[in-house]
Design a protein around this ligand. Structure first.
Ligand code: UDX
Length: 446
């Protein structure tokens, strides 16, 4: 392994911190830089700003070995050989992607370094960004200082460390083959395909992959609607479809839809990229529409069973956008809970990772009436219904007899299809999932 010093910009974020900790554990001297000085101070003490399995141990051993350090001073990056840009690229209200943080990080590195560096863009950026930034460096007289490489990340929250060590492929977009070679040499396990291509192809691979996952989910959710009208169990349909190796079984779980900081943002961004190129993207628009509709289905189901929600007590299981994370960014659960609260329901929530302590302050402003429970059973105690919003493995192991005993009214609306309707019926629980056969009253409120 070459003796390289690497900088990671945006090291206080999910992608940046995984990147920095993993590079340090590979033996690279790694400097994690972030503008958020509070986060930097916490990270210097080994304290993480979010939950990600296995990451805390990796950060702490990096700090202990002195191969990993965190700083808020950009000057500290002056001796690096390579910079990884992992800053966020938020969605603007019109769907466009804000790349200002990436642009600032790229120019900051080029201005700071003493020798020519490779700047690797890990952040998800619209097609054409690396070329535009390269031109910008040229205009600012900095192109002798830096060469840009696009190397999109494919890390999923909750399994990010495993995804880092076991990538399905490594994508490297570069205008200089030598730079691509160096980036490939940093970490590429044997037998993992490495695609060396142009900046534009690399940038598009990231969007096309994430959006394809979103399409798969919306497609299966669409078929789930037909199951409810015409009969059929979407779980069986999904299994039968997914066993075709040309299709594959992952991302075919019907439910309340996708959410979180990536899939919807990337879908909106790609639609916008089509529009900016003078093209329509009706397939992508439809996927977005179906996804929005899914999240209101569960509320309409509750209303069908309970009537007026005013004064009703509802337990909600799962707050984060998916299991194994404490991430609430763009989660589907908040709009659902907001609907319940604004309809006058009293909501008690449980999440295996999140607790009241880490519930962001601003959420309490929106939802002051929210109550917290430390177990699913406590959440269910005396409630008129229980709503499952996140497919946490803990919920699959719930003791249903005990749960029924806690509920005042045995009604479960399951946005994640965790249980079998037959088992629920045998226990005397009214159970409503997504796409589990004809739902005579299951009309989505429009
Ligand atoms: C995603 C991509 O998977 C990852 O490659 C990329 O780098 C970042 O974006 P992430 O946002 O962490 O990862 O979550 P992901 O596992 O993709 O799940 C997104 C959402 O889809 C979750 O709300 C999940 O519950 C939902 N989902 C997933 C379904 O509704 N059905 C499925 O079958 C799979």
């Amino acid at each position: 392994m070459p003796n390289l010093t690497v900088g990671v910009l945006g090291a206080g974020g999910h992608i940046g911190l995984v990147q920095a900790a993993a590079l340090a554990s590979l033996g690279y001297s790694t400097i994690g830089y972030d503008l958020d000085l509070g986060r930097v101070r916490d990270l210097q003490k080994g304290k993480l700003p979010f939950y990600e399995p296995e990451l805390a141990g990796l950060v702490q051993s990096g700090l202990k070995s002195k191969l990993l350090e965190f700083t808020g001073r950009v000057n500290r990056l002056k001796g690096i050989d390579l910079a990884y840009i992992c800053t966020s690229t938020p969605s603007l209200p019109d769907g466009r992607t804000e790349i200002l943080q990436v642009e600032n990080a790229v120019t900051a590195v080029a201005r700071t370094v003493q020798k020519r560096v490779i700047i690797v863009i890990k952040s998800t950026v619209p097609v054409g960004t690396a070329r535009r930034l390269s031109l910008l460096l040229q205009q600012q007289g900095l192109s002798e200082k830096a060469v840009l490489v696009s190397n999109p990340e494919f890390l999923s929250e909750g399994s990010a460390i495993n995804d880092f060590w076991h990538p399905a492929r490594i994508v490297i977009g570069s205008a200089e083959p030598e730079a691509a070679e160096i980036v490939a040499g940093i970490y590429a396990p044997p037998h993992v395909p490495v695609i060396k291509t142009s900046w534009e192809s690399a940038e598009l691979i990231k969007y096309a992959a994430n959006v394809f996952l979103a399409l798969k989910i919306s497609y299966i959710n669409l078929v789930a609607q037909l199951c409810e009208k015409a009969g059929g169990d979407i779980r069986v349909v999904s299994e039968g479809v997914g066993l075709d190796p040309r299709i594959g079984s992952s991302f075919l779980e019907a439910g309340i839809g996708f959410s979180g900081p990536c899939l919807e943002k990337d879908l909106r961004s790609l639609i916008r990229q089509f529009n900016d190129a003078g093209e329509e993207a009706p397939l992508l628009e439809a996927a977005l529409y179906i996804n929005q509709r899914q999240r209101y289905l569960v509320v309409s189901r509750l209303k069908k069973s309970l009537g007026e929600l005013k004064g009703k007590k509802i337990a909600v299981l799962g707050l984060a956008f998916k299991p194994g994370t404490d991430d609430l960014r763009d989660t589907h659960t908040l709009p659902v809970i907001e609907q319940l609260v604004s309809a006058g329901a009293m909501v008690t929530v449980h999440d295996p990772v999140l607790s009241e302590i880490c519930w962001p302050r601003q959420m309490n402003v929106f939802l002051p009436e929210l109550r917290w429970a430390s177990s699913p059973y406590e959440a269910a105690e005396g409630k008129d219904a229980l709503l499952i919003l996140t497919a946490c493995p803990e919920y699959r192991r719930i003791n249903l007899v005990k749960l029924k005993g806690c509920l005042a009214n045995p009604l479960i609306v399951d946005g994640r299809n965790l249980f079998s309707p037959g088992e629920m019926a045998a226990l005397g629980i009214e159970y409503r999932g997504v796409g589990l056969g004809v739902e005579t009253e299951a009309e989505v409120e429009r």
